[in-house]
Each structure stands twice: as C-alpha cells, then as structure tokens.
Design a protein around this ligand. Structure first.
Ligand SMILES: Nc1ncnc2c1ncn2[C@@H]1O[C@H](COP(=O)(O)OP(=O)(O)OP(=O)(O)O)[C@@H](O)[C@H]1O
Length: 251
C-alpha cells in the first residue's frame, strides 16, 4: 500500500493504550513536524516508550491511531525508508559483531551492505565494527542503534533515550548528528530525561504525564516561561511546573 504524500510524517490521533487497569496513553494527539526536533518528556511510566512502540506496530492501540506518512506501520511499503527507530540499544545478540548485525538488518531491508559500512563510519564505530557487541559499552550500542535507525535514510526518526551512555564527546557528536538530520528536513521525535541536553537540540516539547499530554509547545516559549535558575535548567523548571499545571499548554 502506498503512503499518502500529503499526510504528516508522524501523527498521533486520540491515541489511548491500556494494559489491563493501567492507562499508559490517554487520548494523545500531536504531530512531529518536518525539519523539527520534538522532545518527548515525562516522568517514568508516563507512556513515552509505549507511544513509540504503538507507532512501530509493536503494541496495538486500545483506540485512536499512530500514523507514519498517513499509514499504520504494518501497512507501509518499505517501512525502513519511512521511519527509523532506536528503542532499546541493548536488544542485540551479544555474539554478533556490529558489522554483521548491521549488514544483516540491511540485507533484510533491501539496503546495500556498503550503506551499512558507511553508516558504521558515520556513527564513529569504524574501528570497533568487527568486534562482538557483547563487549561494547552502552554508548557504543547507542551509536549502533542510531546506525540501524538511519539504514533506510528515512524522513522520520524516533529515538527513545538515545543520549543515555554517551560520553561528553559522544553527546557533542550526537547534537551535531541531530542538527544535520533536522537541517535535511526530517521529523525527529526524541525522548529523554536529560533536560539540559534537550534544551540544546529540541525545537518543540511534548510533555506526557500519566499518559496524558500536558504540553505541546515550542522550546522557546517554555524557556521564556521557565528561565534557568543556575541550579536547574530552564526546561526542567518549566517541566516541573507543567506536571502540576491545571490546564494543557498548546501553541
Ligand atoms: N507490556 C506491558 N504490560 C503492562 N504494562 C505496561 C507494558 N508496557 C508498559 N506498561 C505500563 O505502561 C505505563 C507506561 O510505560 P512506558 O514504558 O511507556 O513509560 P515511559 O514514559 O517510557 O517510562 P520511562 O521514562 O521509565 O522509560 C507504565 O505504567 C508501564 O508499567
């Protein structure tokens, strides 16, 4: 089935997901615009990973929908070329080398092995690529996960806590990578608890609390409302206030 070229790249509409009595997502509606880094933030258990899993067809919505280029994930033709995701960098076979892992996924998705090799260089794993991933650090696994997400050169990227485990140099590298991907017009949805880092790379912020959206607004407006207090980043101040705010913030 062909995708709808006029549809938003990534859109969530009235999305609700229950696990028994637990309401993981409650009537969530927002889009991740192109050429924009959208930060997805919220307390532990607020539904961020569940939202991404639904978008990838790994969890079925109770009601509402998550659409990629106007289609449910499982109805996409060539999904690797539509959306790339990093959900759990440690979900790897420890006995495989990074190169074998990435080449295998490339072959499965019809992507040339040469692209997999080029991506390993791009994410800084050229020297480690022939070593087994079982011995890799978390930061190295995150870099491999980013290479996987980029395999199909997709216009949408969904990254769940991609900065965990990156060293300061890795963090600076990641910022540059994300800015480059944004400049290419991609829609990037990125979850993290690292407020200071998000301030430096995100344009928009979606805040989830107990599965509900409490804010979907620009980083600039949040920072204008919650200035840096020295001990705490402005985004963290604004975020903490939003968790107890009486009304949803949308702009
Ligand atoms: N497969 C599942 N079965 C039952 N409950 C689940 C399942 N997956 C998620 N949940 C529940 O859904 C809620 C949202 O979890 P989710 O992992 O999406 O939160 P999160 O915002 O990603 O949290 P964190 O910041 O800790 O990663 C939690 O209450 C969680 O326990």
């Amino acid at each position: 089935m062909r995708s709808d070229p006029t549809a938003p790249d990534l859109a969530f509409t009235s999305l609700t997901k229950r696990f028994g009595a637990v309401v993981a997502l409650d009537d969530v509606t927002f889009t991740a615009p192109p050429g924009t880094v959208t930060a997805l933030v919220g307390p532990n258990g607020s539904g961020k990973t569940t939202l991404m899993r639904v978008a990838l067809g790994l969890a079925t919505p109770t009601s509402g929908q998550a659409l990629v280029a106007g289609r449910r994930y499982r109805h996409l033709d060539e999904p690797l070329t539509r959306i790339g995701a990093l959900l759990d960098a440690c979900a790897l076979n420890p006995g495989l080398t990074g190169r074998t892992h990435l080449r295998w996924l490339a072959a499965a998705g019809g992507v040339p092995a040469a692209r997999a090799d080029a991506l390993l260089e791009q994410v800084g794993l050229g020297a480690a690529a022939r070593r087994r991933v079982g011995g890799w650090s978390l930061g190295m696994k995150q870099r491999l996960g980013l290479a996987v997400a980029l395999l199909g050169d997709p216009p949408v990227l969904m990254l769940d806590e991609p900065m965990n485990g990156l060293d300061p140099e890795g963090m600076a590298w990641f910022r540059g990578l994300v800015r480059g991907l944004r400049a290419e017009g991609r829609s990037i949805l990125l979850s993290s608890h690292l407020m200071r880092e998000l301030e430096g790379i995100a344009d928009r912020v979606v805040v989830l609390n107990r599965g509900r959206i409490v804010a979907d607004t620009s980083m600039a407006s949040l920072l204008a409302d919650g200035p840096d207090t020295g001990d705490r980043p402005g985004l963290e101040n604004a975020y903490l206030r939003l968790l107890t705010a009486p009304a949803q913030v949308r702009s």
